[in-house]
Design a protein. Sequence first.
Length: 196
Amino acid sequence: MKTKQIFEAYNRQGERKFDTLRFCPRCGARCDLISSGRQSRLECPRCRFILYQNPSPGVVALIVDDGMVLLGKRAKNVFLGGKWSLPGGFIELDEDFLSAAHREILEETGLSIRIISVIGVVSNFLSPELHTLVIVLLAEKTGGTLRPGDDMDRLEWFPLSGSYPPMAFEADKHIIDRYHKTKMAGIPVDHRFASF
């Protein structure tokens, strides 16, 4: 199966919006929109601080157990609520990606996991305001009680071979299908942080 790592839910070649951040967080001056080639950035005319708009880093876990994969139905009040996805979430500023995976999986599923490997990294262009860079981990459950929490309303195990409920993210379906067809081993993780 061919690897895919870039997923686009909208035409990202269109003009970007800069509505949300207009003032410098350092000195409070109104920023100017500066264009150079393909990139446009907000820059403070007073202190020259540049307001970079970067992708949000995240992590998801492909938790497998006896030919099954764990999926969660996203809560109605979150992005693409009502659809299903792999459990995971955003990496906090003070976290490494492995610790973030353990925290997110525990918050969303009630499970403790052992991270086996990194099996992918994907860019998701979800909307003009939301671009994520997601590290995909292969994991297995080690304990806990399966219960939806945080951003999940429901959790269910589905056969790796399909069929899946309506998925929130094209990347998740691709990741599951690719793992099912290739049983990729991935790259090792730093086990000092991979198991808690």
